[in-house]
Design a protein around this ligand. Structure first.
Ligand code: ADP
Ligand code: MG
Length: 925
């Protein structure tokens, strides 16, 4: 039905059979979910199994193999053709299975990234997965939300949405609940509807879900929007390029071998197949796939450590991060705020202290507040400033205390922890939202943002119900009763708040906010900040007429300052360790906070984040030139009183200095900084949908330590990919040496095509994959990060490929040459077997780059042990099973010869272990 916008809200609610106040009952919601299905678009981004299969079959190597099979059969060699095809099939199946798994792993991650929405159901506010939304659900939307379904607006408080995804219009559009009857309107002009896939950029509102899933406007055009395919990561791109270069090298080799063979008068058929296999030997075809799989499985491992990867390249970039810029609140601290101090103009109340017991009850049961009357009025008389301030903090607040009847915890906070802390403090005095809003309903608001660092709400005063409040409010606002119409409450960061205040409420009267008072309040603020306390001020004013639209912001001036609230938010215990880990790993942790510099210093000191070089504020940054800024970010590790735009500047400056920066963020305005950062990190619990959309990684537990854990995983994955590269390339090098040198020794073809294929696919593949799950090296987090664009062959990888490859080749060819000269017909089987087995020795030795196999434990990677045993058994089968003998043209080796091949293969193990020992001695830790 495309006419929701034409009907008024009553009708819409009727048609959808729901209630704006209570929402759907759980039962009806469950039924509707069954009827309408989950609220999601059909997946278009995921590769179909057929596409994966097709891609497998069209890989260069597979094509080469298929062509060579065809040519073999034309040349009359059916046996080879069948064997090649069999290997192709097995290889394709294996590759398919792995890639399919990788795809599924990524799809599972995407599912986890589905946003949660606040809905009213059965009279309660719940947070549910947006997949579970059904028509008729009442959703609460606020700045930072992705609109989860097509909704008709029931209430809008300055709500604006960005609808570019649907209409192409990039300016945010204001929303209202007014019906637009009459003619049909294009999407962009339906001001009372919000659509799935658009963003709430400002304000707040309530909507009723009209359409879900594929029936939404976005669903209608889902065919048109091509879900962005995964871009290859930088490493993948580099490997692809390398693969192309190697293909040329292979071509050169092929021509060389071919010419040599022709000159020696070899049989054309054999030459052809040899050339093909040599090409296959040189090109590491499996590499890109292994990298993709390693990254995807790595992403899964990161998830186990609470880091949800949204973009695959992040897995890789994480390993090379050099700075981690983190918000303070919630990431470095627990975000379990507790109000500990209230500082009124004339006195300070420490909530923990004995004497306040009279005011603050531990009893937070809702029943306690149902009969607030007398007690509250007593408080009002006794301490009007305190009562009004807490009442103001409750009214100017979007958090809820939800009471759970059947859990041991009596209530939990829904919403921002800062605001929740205020709700709890007020509840302990018996002040509750329901009771207060009954006499002072909210009529307008200027929402919190991290640039202004404050929020204001406007309330109508129902004069006939005010009772005891009336007197107090008249005093506060300095008004005659007939002028008592509207009151505004503002809460926010102190420095800004004092600038827009001009009076202060002192013991039942108002005084001008003169220099003396300012100093008194600023001192109180600093004293609290120095103790690591997060401070908010509360102020108020009378208002004559209700402002229109954005004019509410103009209410934030000429305020009457009432008092300060201080809340503590302890540093997370595990972060201190994580900060140490960062430092050892050559990564600088940087704290960026909107809080007071002194609060920032306190927490930084606690976590041992550097403050030697000062704690500049956002204002300081604004005064700096680009060059000064770059110098500052080079040495300073704590920034205070910053807004989101400063975050962007800080990342850019860091990047200009060549740093690889991870940056956390949670708000709508953090999105640009998250996009700019090399790794944008969003908060899973407190983050807005918008910030999550802009991020590369989401911290499911909002914890700084999780970023560090993800960095470690990133380094391990990169290390293991490099080990795999070393392994396959060394083996390829070995084969090439054998093939190239044999003619110079006057030997016939030393390895047959099928044998090379066998080595490349089975011998390289199985243990190679098992290398991918090798655990962290001991020094993974004790070394500086590797530069991200460092050559893959750096740090000895290239050297080992050359030398160990040569050794492997010479050893195998040497023993073959010896047997050949002695006239043993098994000489070729010896070359083949020695080469295969020496790879087994090699793979065991390169499990660690530094430590010996016996230090890391022979059995600490069972998959690898299994792969080595299996590969060895398969090799023995190829040598001894008659059927396989005829395919691979092998001969049974006498036990003694098998023993010799095994002995030779251990020499590779020994050489690499000796090399590592030498290295450990030369550069001890
Ligand atoms: P951070 O997340 O880095 O600690 P914020 O940007 O959240 O910093 O907060 C900066 C300041 O804004 C806080 O010190 C506090 O004074 C004020 N503030 C934070 N949350 C709210 C809120 N919900 N309403 C009003 N003011 C707030
Ligand atoms: Mg914050």
């Amino acid at each position: 039905m495309g006419t929701w916008y034409q009907q008024d809200t009553e009708e819409v609610l009727n048609i959808l059979d729901t209630s704006a106040m209570d929402g759907l009952s759980d039962e009806i919601a469950t039924n509707r979910l069954e009827q309408y299905g989950p609220n999601e678009l059909e997946e278009r981004g995921v590769k179909s199994p057929w596409l994966i299969l097709w891609e497998q079959l069209t890989e260069t190597m597979v094509v080469i193999l298929i062509i060579s099979a065809v040519i073999s059969s034309i040349l009359g060699d059916l046996k080879d053709a069948v064997a090649i095809l069999a290997i192709v099939v097995i290889n394709t199946l294996l590759g398919f299975r792995q890639e399919y798994q990788a795809e599924k792993a990524m799809a599972a991650l995407k599912k986890l990234a589905v946003p949660v929405v606040k809905v009213r159901r059965g009279g309660h506010v719940l947070e549910i997965s947006s997949r579970d939304l059904v028509p008729g659900d009442i959703v609460l939307l606020e700045a930072g939300n992705l609109v989860p379904a097509d909704c008709r607006i029931l209430e809008s408080v300055n709500m604006r949405t960005q609808e570019a995804a649907l209409t192409g219009e990039s300016e945010p559009v204001s929303k209202s609940s007014q019906a637009q009857p009459g003619k049909s309107l294009p999407l962009a002009e339906r001001y009372n509807m919000v659509y799935m896939g658009t963003l709430v950029t400002y304000g707040r509102g309530i909507g009723v879900v009209a359409e879900t899933g594929m029936r939404t406007e976005l669903g209608n055009i889902a065919e048109l929007i091509q879900s962005a395919a995964q871009e290859p990561t930088p490493l993948q791109q580099r490997l692809n390029r390398l693969g192309k270069q190697l293909a040329w090298v292979a071509l050169g080799l092929v021509i060389l071998v071919f010419l040599l063979g022709v000159a020696r008068g070899e049989e054309l058929r054999l030459l052809f197949l040899t050339a093909i296999s040599l090409a296959v030997a040189a090109v590491p075809e499996g590499l890109p796939a292994v990298v993709t799989i390693s990254l995807a499985l790595g992403a899964r491992r990161m998830l186990r450590r609470q880091a949800l990867i949204r973009k695959l390249p992040a897995v890789e970039a994480l390993g090379s991060v050099t700075v981690i810029c983190s918000d303070k609140t919630g990431t470095l601290t627990e975000n379990r705020m507790t109000v500990t101090v209230i500082d009124l103009a004339e006195h300070r109340i420490d909530l923990s202290e004995e004497e306040t017991r009279g005011y603050f009850s531990e009893n937070l049961e809702p029943s306690h507040s149902e009969t607030p009357g007398h007690q509250q009025l007593a408080y009002l008389n006794e301490n009007p400033a305190l009562t009004v301030m807490l009442a103001g903090s409750v009214l100017c607040n979007d958090a809820y205390l939800e009471y759970d009847e059947n859990t041991s915890q009596r209530f939990h906070i829904v919403g921002d922890p800062t605001e929740g802390a205020l709700m709890v403090a007020a509840a302990r005095m018996g002040l509750r939202r329901e009771a207060l809003e009954a006499i002072m309903p909210r009529v307008a608001e200027a929402p919190f943002d991290s640039d202004r660092k404050r929020m204001t709400t406007l309330h109508e005063l129902k004069s006939e119900q005010l009772e005891g409040w009336q007197e107090t409010l008249l005093e506060l606002l300095n008004l005659q009763p007939e002028n008592l119409r509207l009151i505004a409450f503002t809460k926010g960061a102190m420095d800004g708040l004092l600038e827009v205040s001009d009076r202060v409420w002192v013991q039942n009267h108002i005084e001008p906010l003169d220099a003396g008072w300012r100093k008194r309040i600023e001192d109180a603020n600093e004293r609290l900040a120095m103790e690591g306390v997060r401070v908010l001020g509360v102020a108020s004013r009378a208002v004559d007429d209700q402002p229109e639209g954005d004019d509410v912001f103009k209410l934030e001036q000429g305020l009457i300052f009432i008092g300060l609230v201080g809340m503590i938010d302890p540093a997370r215990a595990e972060v201190k360790q994580a900060v140490q880990t960062c430092k050892m790993a050559g990564i600088r942790p940087i704290m960026i906070t909107g809080d007071h510099p002194l609060t920032a210093r306190y927490i930084a000191r606690e976590l041992e984040i550097d403050i030697e070089n000062g704690v500049p504020t956002g204002n300081d940054l604004d005064r700096m030139s680009a060059q000064e800024l770059e110098e500052t970010v080079g040495k300073v590790s704590v920034f205070a009183r910053v807004s989101p735009e400063h975050k962007l500047k800080i990342v850019q400056a860091l990047q200009n200095r060549g740093q690889i920066a991870a940056m956390t963020g949670d708000g709508v305005n953090d999105a640009p900084a998250l996009r700019q950062a090399d790794i944008g990190v969003a908060m899973g619990i407190t983050g807005t949908d918008v910030s999550k959309e802009a991020s590369d990684m989401v911290l499911l537990d909002d914890n700084f330590a999780t970023i560090v854990a993800a960095v470690e995983e990133g380094r391990v994955i990169y290390d293991n990919i490099r080990k795999f590269i070393k392994y396959t390339f060394t083996s390829n090098a070995g084969e090439i040496w054998v093939m190239i040198l044999a003619p110079f020794l006057g030997m016939p073809l030393a390895l047959l095509p099928l044998q090379i294929l066998w080595i490349n696919l089975v011998t390289d593949g199985l243990p190679g994959l098992a290398l991918g799950i090798e655990k962290a090296e001991r020094n993974t987090m004790r070394r500086p990060p590797y530069p991200p664009n460092e050559n893959i062959f750096a740090r000895g990888v290239g050297r080992d490929i050359l030398f160990i490859g040569a050794l492997m080749g010479l050893l195998s060819l040497g023993v073959g040459f010896w047997y050949w000269r002695m006239g043993h017909p098994t000489w070729q089987t010896m070359v083949f077997t020695t080469l295969t087995l020496s790879e087994m020795g090699y793979v065991l030795a390169i499990r660690s780059n530094r430590d010996s196999l016996f230090t890391i434990g022979v059995f600490s990677n069972w998959a690898l042990i299994g792969a080595v045993i299996l590969t060895t058994l398969l090799q023995i089968a190829v040598v001894y099973v008659p059927f396989l003998q005829s395919i691979f043209e092998t001969m049974a080796l006498p036990v003694r010869d098998l023993g010799i091949a095994m002995l030779l293969s251990t020499s590779l193990f020994i050489v690499v272990e000796l090399q590592k020992q030498l290295m450990r001695r030369l550069s001890p830790k």
